[in-house]
Design a protein. Structure first.
Length: 140
């Protein structure tokens, strides 16, 4: 048997995460090292490295997950604008081999700054801040 991915362990609750929302086929949680405040990952519960390997149901539902996360983040961060990014395979910069959308609220007006040029919000995870934001987002 192959080792479950990091995100499968998070989905199963074997590794803690700061939840944002979930559906029957997807789970959304805060990125441990946010590029901007509110940086959220939306992942299918089905384990696959690339979107083409996902079942049709998981692939379709995943975009509903992105929109639900945007709805919650838009309330918290008072914005309608987001960077939504998916690195589809290792040559595209994918580090965790499990499909995931990055959803990042954009409030700074710096639209010419693509995701791969952003610098991390901070280097050490701030677990207290992530837990507090998670609590708020789950109520929206
Ligand atoms: P990728 O480079 O594969 O597109 O993105 C992987 C993302 O997963 C990175 O933004 C990274 O900060 C995030 N990440 C890595 N390990 C963990 C973890 O244990 N928990 C959470 N919440 N995010 C993680």
């Amino acid at each position: 048997m192959t080792e479950p991915t990091l995100f499968t362990k998070i989905i199963r609750g074997d590794i803690p995460s700061s939840a944002v929302a979930q559906g029957s086929t997807w789970y959304a949680f805060l990125d441990i090292n946010p590029l901007r405040p509110g940086h959220t990952l939306v992942v299918p519960k089905e384990e696959a490295r690339r979107i083409a390997e996902l079942s049709t149901e998981s692939r379709r539902d995943l975009m509903d997950g992105v929109v639900e996360v945007q709805r919650r983040l838009s309330i918290e961060f008072n914005t309608t604008d987001f960077s939504v990014n998916l690195n589809d395979g290792p040559l595209a910069g994918q580090e965790v081999p499990h499909v995931h959308f990055h959803v990042i609220p954009r409030t700074d007006g710096n639209s010419s700054n693509p995701m791969w040029r952003m610098t991390p919000h901070q280097s050490e995870p701030d677990f207290e801040a992530l837990a507090a934001l998670s609590q708020k987002l789950q109520l929206h």
